[in-house]
Design a binder for this molecule. Structure first.
Ligand SMILES: Cc1cc2nc3c(=O)[nH]c(=O)nc-3n(C[C@H](O)[C@H](O)[C@H](O)COP(=O)(O)OP(=O)(O)OC[C@H]3O[C@@H](n4cnc5c(N)ncnc54)[C@H](O)[C@@H]3O)c2cc1C
Length: 470
């Protein structure tokens, strides 16, 4: 074949492969909390953006819950216009450096990318974080309209609260964020570990909010019944509830209260700060411990990988179904197994076993097999008779999921059976001037959906604030 005919073919084949994503080697990463996935260089980013074929119908955009104008900003990256790309990105998400790192890309934008049909999809997440990190390094703009003189309280500082606060502040409202914990950021601060989400993106957004005179009040728990009335009396014209879903779902097995049996939230909080933010039953497991983590989602993986970095001798994930049914992202699962975390699939815990002094010494379990499909469409795990066995472990962490706090029922608005607040698609509750967004409405979900909800809730809160006071 002559050179001219061979080249386009080689280009097409080349275009099917994404620009290599580099990561810290497993043996290096398990000794630090440094970010595992390394950034694209400017040349890498441009090369990857140039792979995008700029579809007439961008399926990737339909795959993004926040409706990011992906085709547009990728075109701008390919042209080298990073500031323009960032402006386009920001239209859909206030936290693109975070979305680029933690979104379930393979089920969202990248999963819908047509390049994935005959090769590898465009590395949209890598490009998103590249553009956002570049903007952070230049300093994020904190421009707001002239003050409206209207005060609004945002309760909770997770991705929903930060987004609602940012949008309302840009519109000129006087925003205060009340956060129960001593740190701001919700799960972005205490939950998702730094090796997946370095803190600079969160810190940059907090600095931007402070630059728009948003009052940040960490360590301030608002009582949902009396506290809200007090806020309105104090002159707040609207409240946006972004309190998440922070109550652990109990395992409901004997021994759950033993020292050495943890809730994922307490474990991750301890690990992220090295200190207790809440009364917790015990300090973190000692280095050399064998740690069993019960669950199959992002949280279980994060706990197990954190345990490894804290020096666990062994970290096991106990999951009642098979790996194919795990809700955790495939990409993060691959990283987790590389770090020598062991999956015990088709296994349910029956009891946390303690010794005479009450210290955890084992997790008693039962084997399961896949049964008929349940409401989630996945095979229901069915217990295998007489399959009890004991895993010798020193600590057990419950990472089976979260629910909204029960006090939310005192809000005086209808609450669903699972404890989530009833709100319409824009975040209006049945109480005038009270709006809600994020996990408190959806139940435990994702960062990008919390952001998208909060943008809609901020828009209707703005409409409410624009009306004359009664
Ligand atoms: C360990 C872990 C890993 C995860 N990994 C991912 C991931 O990789 N990708 C992804 O998309 N999603 C992930 N998620 C889910 C995601 O983090 C959540 O869906 C998202 O943070 C929800 O945002 P939110 O703002 O609604 O709530 P949160 O982030 O939970 O924030 C709510 C905040 O409200 C505060 N608050 C509660 N009550 C009060 C009160 N009365 N007064 C004042 N403050 C109050 C809380 O302290 C908290 O800071 C993960 C979740 C966990 C737990």
């Amino acid at each position: 074949m002559d050179e001219r005919r061979a080249r386009p073919f080689a280009d097409r084949v080349e275009r099917r492969r994404r620009t290599t994503v580099r990561r810290l080697a497993p043996e290096q990463r398990v000794r630090t909390f440094d970010e595992v996935t390394l950034p694209y260089s400017p040349a890498d980013a441009r090369r990857e953006a140039a792979r995008c074929i700029q579809c007439a119908r961008p399926y990737c955009e339909a795959g993004c819950p926040a409706g990011s104008p992906i085709r547009t900003w990728i075109r701008l990256v390919a042209r080298g216009d990073l500031i323009g790309a960032y402006r386009a990105l920001r239209a859909a998400s206030n936290l693109p450096a975070i979305c680029g790192r933690v979104c379930a890309l393979e089920r969202q934008c990248e999963g819908a990318c047509v390049m994935g049909r005959k090769g590898e999809p465009i590395a949209i997440g890598m490009l998103e974080r590249f553009v956002a990190d570049d903007a952070i390094s230049r300093g994020l703009s904190a421009v707001r309209r002239p003050s409206s003189g209207r005060r609004v309280a945002v309760i909770g500082s997770g991705p929903a609260g930060l987004t609602a606060a940012g949008d309302l502040a840009e519109l000129g409202h006087e925003v205060t964020i009340f956060e129960a914990l001593p740190v701001l950021g919700g799960i972005l601060a205490w939950g998702i570990p730094r090796f997946r989400l370095p803190r600079h993106a969160l810190e940059a957004e907090l600095a931007r909010l402070a630059g728009m005179e948003v009052l940040l009040q960490p360590g301030t728990h608002v009582n949902i019944d009396s506290g809200l009335t007090a806020l309105f009396r104090a002159g707040f014209r609207a409240v946006v509830l972004c309190v998440g879903a922070g109550r652990a779902r109990a395992l409901g097995i004997p021994g759950e209260g033993l020292p050495g049996a943890y809730e994922a939230r307490d474990f991750l909080m301890h690990a992220s700060r090295g200190t207790a933010w809440r009364a917790t039953p015990a300090a973190l497991p000692a280095p050399g411990a064998r740690v069993a983590v019960v669950g199959g989602g992002d949280t279980a993986l994060d706990v197990a990988r954190t345990a490894v970095r804290l020096g666990a001798r062994e970290a096991l994930i106990i999951y009642r179904r098979t790996e194919a049914e795990m809700p955790a992202r495939a990409d993060e699962r691959a990283r987790t197994w590389e770090e020598a975390v062991v999956l015990r699939e088709s296994t349910v815990p029956l009891a946390v076993v303690g010794d005479a002094r009450g210290r955890v010494i084992a997790l008693e379990c039962l084997r399961t097999v896949p049964g008929p499909r349940d409401a989630t469409g996945r095979p229901r795990p069915v217990a295998v008779p007489a399959s009890r066995f004991r895993l010798p472990v020193d600590a057990v962490v419950n990472a089976t999921g979260f629910l909204p706090d029960p006090w939310i029922a005192r809000l005086g608005v209808p609450v669903n059976a699972d404890g989530t607040v009833c709100a319409d698609a824009e975040g209006r509750t049945s109480r005038a001037a009270i709006f809600a967004a994020g996990d408190v409405v959806r139940g435990p979900d994702r960062v990008v959906t919390a952001i998208a909800d909060a943008k809609r809730a901020a828009a209707v809160t703005h409409e409410h604030l624009a009306r004359p006071a009664l």
